[in-house]
Design a protein. Structure first.
Length: 387
């Protein structure tokens, strides 16, 4: 963010415009996150009928209720009366109005008496108590159906988080995600660092062509190469007797998909390092391996950290590659797969979805804030000077 402000000031924009632009960007990024955070704390019934921006206001909705059956009627003078309460004890909902037809659910205000004709009256109060009276005895075996316009006060709860955290296998899935994400982040960084050094400071035939191939591989869609890569891995595994659904397979898959971007970022950074340092080390008799380990690698830490953030976030949030290369068994399913199973086949449980979103971002947030100071430096490296 600080780097963006500096760039805008260099262009010559007034300070006020710069601050307003940064504020707009921050709001646009935080707005959806705030919505998910509030939704995760709301009652699932309220979440289903109103948006998160109405969380602090009273919610109105139409509900169906049924009065007590005729067996509970009592005779009071010339009238037969059925009385009771629609709500259970402790229910905080308030009835604004009621009606006996779905077309008119708010025909009568709460507390008023509705004349239903032929000596039949109905009174429903705001607290849910009611009095249903008739000049003749009630018949039938079921209570009368009525429609209510209900006011519900804002309600916040941690039940959504409890549902997710207490679900079966969530702890194992968390460990599986760490088992996948950590090696799948470290392996491509190690391999790409060697490749980036070779493409930056070692002279050999076909170097320019290899750089062009790396850039071209960045734009290859993952979905297009997923099945061919899986078939190739299964064929090689059959030859060596290796099962298809293993952690090694998904590590190699994530390494293959992340390698082009890793080489591109690291090469752009390494090629911008001072040439004099490399040449001085060679004059002193250092080998390429010694130069890489003792000079280039320590100086390239910002680029390594920036790629580590991208790679870890992608692998941690991945579902498609994990389902294809690792499977969905209880001992292998990752966190995203386990949470996806909680949503059901139709994905309509919004309270589970929003709570799951915040649970899954805990580890990526730790990684991001631990390495974020290197992010801008690593991404902008090589943007001016190249080789």
């Amino acid at each position: 963010m600080a780097a963006a402000v500096t760039q805008l000031r260099r262009i010559g924009l007034p300070r006020l415009i710069v601050h307003i632009s940064v504020l707009v960007i921050v709001v646009l990024w935080l707005f959806p996150t705030l919505g998910i955070f509030i939704s995760a704390l709301r009652d699932k019934d309220q979440l289903a009928v109103s948006g998160w921006w109405t969380a602090l206001s009273t919610a109105h909705r139409t509900e169906v209720a049924r009065l007590a059956d005729p067996t509970t009627q009592k005779q009071e003078g010339n009238l037969y009366v059925i009385a009771g309460n629609i709500w259970e004890a402790g229910d905080a909902r308030t009835i604004d109005s009621f009606g006996t037809r779905i077309q008119e659910p708010s025909a009568v205000k709460a507390g008023e008496t509705a004349d239903l004709g032929e000596g039949e009256t109905l009174q429903v109060n705001a607290d849910g108590s009611y009095r249903y009276a008739k000049a003749e005895a009630f018949d039938g075996s079921r209570g009368r159906r009525i429609y209510l316009t209900v006011t519900t006060p804002p309600e916040f709860t941690f039940d959504n988080y409890r549902t997710v955290l207490n679900s079966e296998g969530i702890g194992r899935a968390f460990i599986n995600s760490l088992t996948v994400a950590i090696p799948a982040t470290i392996i491509p960084i190690l391999v790409a660092a060697f490749a980036a050094y070779a493409l930056s400071w070692m002279r050999f035939a076909g170097r320019t062509l290899m750089i062009a191939m790396v850039v071209g591989l960045i734009v290859v869609p993952l979905q297009m190469s997923l099945i061919p890569l899986l078939r190739m891995y299964n064929e090689i595994g059959t030859i060596f007797g290796v099962p298809s659904k293993t952690y090694a397979g998904i590590w190699l898959a994530h390494t293959a998909f992340g390698m082009p971007l890793a080489i591109y970022l690291l090469r752009n950074y390494m090629v911008g390092l001072p040439k004099e340092i490399i040449e001085s080390a060679r004059v002193d008799g250092a080998s390429d391996f010694e130069i890489f380990v003792k000079i280039v690698l320590p100086l390239s830490f910002p680029a390594l950290a920036s790629f580590a953030i991208f790679q870890f976030l992608w692998v941690w949030n991945d579902l498609l590659v994990a389902m294809v290369f690792l499977g969905t068994t209880k001992d292998q399913i990752v966190l995203t797969g386990n949470l996806n199973a909680l949503l059901g086949s139709r994905g309509g449980n919004w309270e589970i979805l929003t709570a799951s979103a915040f649970i899954t971002i805990i580890v990526p947030l730790i990684v991001f804030f631990a390495l974020q100071r290197y992010l801008v430096r690593g991404l902008l490296a090589g943007s001016v000077k190249g080789g």
